[in-house]
Unconditional design. Structure first.
Lengths: 348, 153
């Protein structure tokens, strides 16, 4: 076999491995078991359509509910996810300690989760525009407001809410609020049924309308955090890809000079770990890029339409001008730092 | 004989009218767009949101929820945005025309993959300047709003 054919064979094998790994990353599936009102599924790759009972929600897909929409999803491992009205909920994944971990993102609205603890199974990671949460056998509700704030309320189990380098551990009947770009606030006690999430969302909407500039600044801080991760990981990924290419060339040479056994040994000991690291870095970078995109489109987008239409009769107003300056700065960073790591399918 | 000629002319005219209706989508008919502007002004925000495609564009933003549409019409109605709106011109649109809305990757992808059938650009004059509406198809006889951009310089 000539050298170029060997390079081709190794490349095809690697691509297949990446595709298979990526399929695993998209393997998280949930099924729509109940719905009311307007509920759409926006699949990864576009083609938004009305949801029906029995539809599957896969990795990369979003469930978007209307003002009267409500959906209940179930996973095979006894997880129940309830998507409340006017909510954007997305299933994603992130690379973590050499494995992929499911990420469930509530960008706007509120989502209630009930997870049954399964021995050996890794619990998903929950995110909102302002915080992330690790869980252990938990029943909780997560709400995301129009100003980018979020609220975590635990019914049972334990939740670690993390934002801006600070972690707050919540036990049963405890909650915490996180403002965008800030650390979690003080945790508080919550009696069952005490919190009205639609009231909380209304309060956050009013706070945003009162001071859209402060809300946009907070959102920008959070967005910047994701951009920093993207810009840190991008050169690392490029370096890993270069190293992988060199090692694959070397692998072919070893095969030619020392035979199949030496080639297999070199692949397992040297090439395979770099392939794994490259894939995990890629998945993690994509996770941060998609998190930044989620803030940019769903939260900043709604802020923009709310603020511009409110000031349509006076676009020279200083508050509108301050808001638009922050908006444009976020867009600029999005275009230069994040967009190169997204595909057209992500933007649909 | 005369009766037959009159009938034939009437029937022919009716056929021509029907053919005209079938040939031109409502989003590209001036009278339909003018009716839409009137209807958007008359309806409450929820009613106006029903005449808006989800997802839709607002300047360079892709808005994805029903609440976004209602919020937009609620604020625009409160400002009297459509109170004296006049249609200035109407042109058909195509995916290649995305820079007319916003020259960004997101708007390009929207035009390439999400833009519904028979799209058109309607330029309107409002009390707050000239705006560009992106319209498509029909719903109960009206075109549907897929995008709002403005005020244009």
């Amino acid at each position: 076999m000539n050298r170029s054919a060997q390079v081709l064979r190794v490349s095809i094998a690697s691509v297949l491995m990446l595709i298979l790994s990526h399929s695993a990353a998209l393997a998280m599936e949930a099924q729509v078991v109940y719905l009311e009102g307007l509920v759409d599924i926006n699949p990864r790759g576009g083609g938004r359509a009305a949801a029906y009972i029995g539809d599957e929600v896969r990795g990369g897909d979003s469930v978007i509910t209307g003002r009267d929409g409500f959906a209940e999803l179930e996973r095979g491992d006894y997880t129940t996810i309830t998507v409340e009205p006017d909510t954007i909920f997305t299933v994603d994944s992130v690379g973590e300690k050499g494995k992929e971990r499911d990420v469930l993102r509530c960008t706007l609205g509120s989502v209630a989760y009930r997870f049954e603890q399964i021995a050996g199974a890794q619990e998903p990671y929950l995110t909102t525009p302002s915080a992330g949460a690790g869980i252990r056998g938990t029943e909780l509700t997560v709400a995301a407001g129009e100003d980018g704030s979020s609220l975590f309320v635990v019914r049972s189990g334990e939740v670690e809410v993390e934002a801006e380098g600070k972690t707050v551990t919540l036990g049963p009947e405890e909650g915490v609020e996180v403002r965008p770009g800030e650390q979690p606030g003080e945790k508080f006690e919550v009696k069952r049924g005490q919190i009205d999430y639609s009231n909380w969302r209304q309060e956050r909407r009013e706070a945003f309308i009162d001071d859209p500039v402060a809300a946009a600044r907070g959102l920008e801080r959070r967005f910047d955090g994701f951009v920093t991760q993207v810009t840190t990981l991008a050169p690392l990924l490029a370096e890993l890809r270069r190293a992988l290419e060199q090692e694959r060339e070397k692998l072919i040479k070893i095969g030619e000079e020392q035979g199949q056994e030496a080639r297999t040994k070199y692949y397992k000991e040297t090439v395979q770990p770099i392939e794994g690291e490259t894939f995990n870095t890629y998945i993690t970078l994509r996770y941060y890029a998609k998190s930044a995109f989620s803030i940019r489109r769903f939260v900043l987008g709604r802020m923009y339409v709310a603020v511009k239409t409110a000031y349509i009769d006076d676009l020279s107003h200083s508050r509108y001008q301050q808001f638009i300056k922050i908006h444009n700065t976020i867009l600029q960073k999005f275009t230069t730092e994040v967009l190169p790591h997204l595909t057209d399918a992500d933007l649909m | 004989m005369r009766k037959l000629i009159v009938r034939t002319i009437c029937f022919g005219t009716l056929l021509l009218l029907l053919a005209g209706c079938a040939g031109m989508p409502v989003s590209q008919r001036e009278s339909s767009v003018e009716n839409l502007l009137y209807e958007l002004e008359q309806r409450d925000p929820q009613g106006a949101a029903h005449l808006t495609h989800i997802p839709f564009l607002f300047d360079g933003e892709v808005l994805t929820t029903e609440q976004d549409a209602q919020l937009m019409w609620q604020n625009l109605s409160a400002s009297g945005f459509l109170s004296q709106a006049k249609l200035l011109n109407l042109q058909s649109a195509s995916p290649a025309d995305y820079p007319r809305f916003a020259d960004t990757a997101e708007v390009r992808v929207f035009f390439e993959h999400t833009l519904p059938e028979n799209p058109s650009f309607a330029e309107i004059a409002t009390p707050y300047g000239r705006f560009l509406l992106l319209l498509y198809g029909k719903k109960i006889g009206y075109p549907i709003v897929v995008g709002v951009k403005g005020p244009m310089k």
